[in-house]
Ligand binder design. Sequence first.
Ligand SMILES: Nc1ncnc2c1ncn2[C@@H]1O[C@H](COP(=O)(O)OP(=O)(O)O)[C@@H](O)[C@H]1O
Ligand SMILES: [Mg+2]
Length: 319
Amino acid sequence: MTPEIAERLKLFDEDLVAFAPFVAAKDAIEENLQLFRETGVARHMLILGESGTGKTSLCDWVERINPPIHHEERDQIRVLIVRVPPAVSVGGIAEAFLNALGSFWAQRSSVPAKTKQIILLCRKCGVELILLDEAQHLKDRGDTKSQYLIADWLKFLLDELALPTVMLGLPRLEELLQTNEQLRRRFSRRVFLTLGQDDAGSVERECLQLFTSLALPLNLPVRRGPFNNTDFGCRLHYATDGRIAYIKKLLFAAFRKALLQDLQAIDIPLLAQAFTEEIWREGIGKLNPFNEQFVFRSLDRGGEPFERAHTGARRRGRA
Ligand SMILES: Nc1ncnc2c1ncn2[C@@H]1O[C@H](COP(=O)(O)OP(=O)(O)O)[C@@H](O)[C@H]1O
Ligand SMILES: [Mg+2]
């Protein structure tokens, strides 16, 4: 691979595009931050989306817009991103907060001592917004008792901090809120990162738009023939479940192949190959959305790429 090709692939991988649900979620967060800065009122919200819908990228983007401010005495961390570890206990989540605040001393101390330290450091560091990424892990500890404890502790901490807080996670995160009515009330605002929420257009069209805006900077045409726009949008939706991570994977693989083989365009056979190699190895023939014989159904059955665990949570943005 030439350095020029490597550079083009890297730029493509890092580039962030402003697609509608992503921008809506970013605006909602900024609105809460602004409200807090102007009035001191702390509003909370949930941002929900399946894996690969852009939650972590959104946290990074918000942090990039509001970077730490360097002061002589201590830097001001305006946006505190806490990445919740898997199957976490109250002590574990308290430690994750402390680590995000740059403190590692508290590993052996009690939960009340850690909690006090979190509150103190958030004040000292001038935190204005908390983003709890992978927040579904707060409910993955299994037994209901731990979930009650975590929800109670979180409610207590957020009340003490009085800072706007966003929990970002998989849709099953909503189940955590079922265990604590007060926490549920505080997080009654929900924003979904899924495509298909725009009443004016179909999810397939949105998917095609997102694909097009990601493909635009590649400077390589995409030939969708023999399919028309509607058909191609529909196939893209089945191939990616409308998740940006999969759309990007598909394009990345097709783009890489095109560059390496010195092709003049990305075409349907290239996308079909990319689907099998990057998204689903068994996705061939009628199970490949870019094949003319495709069965036109969601690929979410057992063993398929978009298989979902049943959670009872509402599914949004599906065709
Ligand atoms: N707005 C965006 N523009 C371009 N790529 C994005 C955007 N949001 C997410 N991605 C890409 O999608 C992939 C998954 O994103 P990520 O934020 O990790 O999703 P999640 O946290 O929901 O699982 C990453 O490769 C990321 O670069
Ligand atoms: Mg993530």
